[in-house]
Design a protein around this ligand. Structure first.
Ligand SMILES: Cc1cc2nc3c(=O)[nH]c(=O)nc-3n(C[C@H](O)[C@H](O)[C@H](O)COP(=O)(O)OP(=O)(O)OC[C@H]3O[C@@H](n4cnc5c(N)ncnc54)[C@H](O)[C@@H]3O)c2cc1C
Length: 362
């Protein structure tokens, strides 16, 4: 038996990470009521060097912000999340954590979401911002519900610059060595500081040679990605092998950052997934961010694309459209966004295929 939770919102967003927060902020500028359902209660993710454009928050909400700020340039996931979250609270968005949506649906007049703890939420329009394993996409696109494994992974780690005695460049670097690619980037400190010695150093090492461990640990099953490979599931021999490979292939200072993370066993193996969409809207439901389209992180534009989704959605879906014809508004959103996100997705697929083929060459 499900209990109906609270009043129906204008907008029900499934997924409270960056794409969900940005969609909520963009739609709340029209005075729409927004409820955001997020399954987790952790607000700590790793694995991204997000390029934040100048004035992004103001572009999303159409106004200045008292407490919330978003630092520009390359930022860590946490600092972007923090800025968006504060802005969302300022905008009156209702954020519910520990709300894992298991089933979604729609009828003529409304949308609904059922959570694993038997709560039912209702709204006028649903935005699926629930990432690459989207439940909303599964409902909207039953003929092709899943993002698929791109046959390589990214080893990802973060080190404190203060723990390293080498000097890092001020900007992001892309390096190639043998069958591998490495993206290294300095990130601002937790308090926004950019001085040398106080920054965090991030790196992502693309590798098509360790797919077996992903399958052995159940991180990848067939073409589906289930989860990332956590350090607890990585045998010591794998850390030793990665350390040797890093010594052989990566130059200083990135080598030191990688070895420091390996020594702490603070490395995550993230299988790369892809999804090129045929659809972004269906009736009163639509998709944004990684739920809508997933591209290799090598392109470095997942975050910017999610921001563009949010702004495009808010261009078509305002208070009047919600009252008169929300289905037409979501169709217009799809027509305006689909060509661009398909182009990006297809070019990401070519990048992945070239990388995997080159890595397999003897
Ligand atoms: C290793 C890696 C490196 C990356 N590097 C970059 C980069 O350098 N630059 C860049 O721009 N982008 C990068 N990206 C991509 C970027 O992080 C995302 O595209 C962007 O943050 C948008 O994510 P999202 O909010 O759509 O999805 P997610 O971050 O996956 O968020 C989905 C949210 O939905 C929640 N959720 C899922 N299912 C449910 C459910 N059933 N019920 C309720 N909640 C649910 C999840 O808990 C999560 O909070 C990288 C990604 C990875 C994996």
């Amino acid at each position: 038996m499900f209990s109906v939770h609270g009043q129906a919102s204008d907008i029900l967003i499934v997924g409270g990470s960056l794409a969900g927060l940005m969609a909520g902020l963009a739609l709340s500028r029209h005075g729409l009521s927004v409820t955001l359902l997020e399954r987790s209660n952790d607000t700590d993710r790793t694995g991204a060097a997000l390029q934040v454009g100048h004035g992004l928050l103001e572009q999303l909400t159409g106004r200045r912000h008292a407490a919330a700020t978003l630092a520009t340039g390359i930022q860590a996931w946490q600092s972007v999340y923090r800025g968006l979250r504060i802005a969302a609270e300022e905008a009156g968005i209702q954020i519910l954590q520990n709300a894992r949506v298991e089933l979604v649906g729609q009828d003529d007049g409304h949308v609904w979401a059922l959570t694993s703890d038997n709560r039912r939420f209702e709204g006028s329009v649903m935005v699926g911002a629930d990432g690459y394993q989207s439940v909303v996409r599964r409902q909207m696109c039953p003929e092709r519900p899943d993002a698929v494994f791109a046959h390589y992974l990214a080893w990802v780690g973060f080190a404190e610059e203060s723990a390293l005695s080498v000097r890092f460049p001020p900007h992001l670097e892309f390096l190639e060595a043998g069958p591998y690619l490495l993206l290294g980037f300095p990130l601002t400190a937790a308090d926004g500081g950019v001085e040398r010695g106080r920054r965090r150093i991030g790196w992502g090492w693309y590798d098509a040679g360790h797919n077996d461990i992903l399958r052995e640990t159940g991180a990848v099953e067939g073409t589906l990605v289930r989860h990332s490979l956590r350090p607890a599931n990585m045998p010591d021999a794998l850390f030793e092998e990665l350390a040797l490979l890093a010594l052989c292939h990566w130059p200083s200072p990135w080598r030191e950052a990688i070895l420091e993370c390996i020594a702490r066993k603070a490395v995550l193996g993230t299988p790369v997934v892809e999804y090129v969409p045929d659809r972004l809207a269906s009736g009163r439901m639509c998709l944004v961010g990684d739920a809508a389209h997933v591209c290799t992180p090598m392109t470095g534009n997942g975050f910017a694309t999610a921001a563009e989704d949010a702004m495009a959605l808010a261009r078509f879906l305002d208070g009047a459209a919600l009252r008169t014809d929300p289905v037409a508004a979501l169709r217009s959103y799809e027509v305006s966004r689909l060509p661009d996100v398909r182009r990006l997705g297809l070019s990401g697929q070519r990048i992945s295929q070239d990388f995997v083929q080159a890595a397999r060459r003897p």
